[in-house]
Write a protein that binds this ligand. Structure first.
Ligand code: SAH
Length: 225
């Protein structure tokens, strides 16, 4: 099957499963996911599945990327902070939909590879940083949108919610209770944060510095359970 046919099949599946925003679908169509997965898995790049990348991390399932991007309610003028660059795929999708993406990754080898992909695809509106994303990016804050692509606590990191602009939206997977993780959307209003639980997911953990060894049990995930 050609890449174009695989892409179409994937887009139809995403549409059926709830990704209805045309701008998001078009961004997913235009970012070549096969450039973001290891050679070994290139065949599966256009399947709706999470795939392993280096260091025990994973590139999220396209459906999750689509739904989380859609949940952000992005506008072209927005500046977005992403935590957990990983392969860079999610950042690349965001970069097609907003003015600028700031993305933070704590594992240097992953960030180096992601930066190469951004250059190769001429995605010049992505700025990267190596470090602990739970602290956000105070020099640039506030952000209109924040997307976390690793699963945090029961509560979002305070530095991140503090760096969310009034009117801003943050989407983050949280381990809400023993039933597992859920994608949660926060809106900052003049009165405070409004919390809304979206759907269940499984992401690799959001870790804080100093970077430890690869966490156990962080096999391919970022998919619907
Ligand atoms: N968005 C990625 C998938 C993310 S996997 C993609 O599209 O491919 C989650 C990533 O979050 C991993 O690469 C992991 O190293 C990173 N991560 C976990 N905790 C972090 C932290 N505190 N700061 C920055 N990155 C973190």
């Amino acid at each position: 099957m050609t890449i174009a046919a695989r892409t179409n099949r994937l887009l139809m599946a995403l549409r059926r499963d709830g990704v209805t925003d045309e701008a998001v679908l078009s961004a997913l169509e235009r970012v070549p996911r096969d450039l973001f997965v290891p050679d070994l898995f290139r065949d599966q790049a256009w399947e709706d599945t999470a795939l392993p990348i280096a260091l025990g991390q994973s590139i999220s399932q396209p459906l999750i990327v689509g739904l989380m991007t859609q949940a952000l309610e992005l506008e072209p003028r927005h500046t977005v902070l992403e935590i957990g660059t990983g392969s860079g795929y999610q950042a690349a999708v965001l970069s097609r939909l907003c003015r600028r993406v700031y993305t933070i990754e704590r594992l240097k080898p992953l960030l180096v590879e992601a930066e190469k992909r951004f250059q190769r695809l001429r995605l010049h509106n992505i700025t990267t940083r190596l470090g602990d994303g739970t602290r956000g990016w105070p020099e640039v804050a506030p952000f209109e949108r924040i997307l976390v692509t690793a699963a945090g606590g029961p509560e979002p990191p305070k530095d991140l919610t503090d760096q969310l602009a009034v009117g801003g939206v943050m989407v983050i997977p949280l381990g809400v209770d023993d039933r597992g993780q859920r994608v949660v959307r926060f809106r900052r209003t003049a009165e405070g944060l409004v919390r809304e639980e979206l759907w269940p997911v499984r992401f690799v953990p959001l870790l804080s510095d100093p970077p430890a060894e690869t966490p156990p049990g962080s096999e391919a995930s970022a998919r619907l359970p």
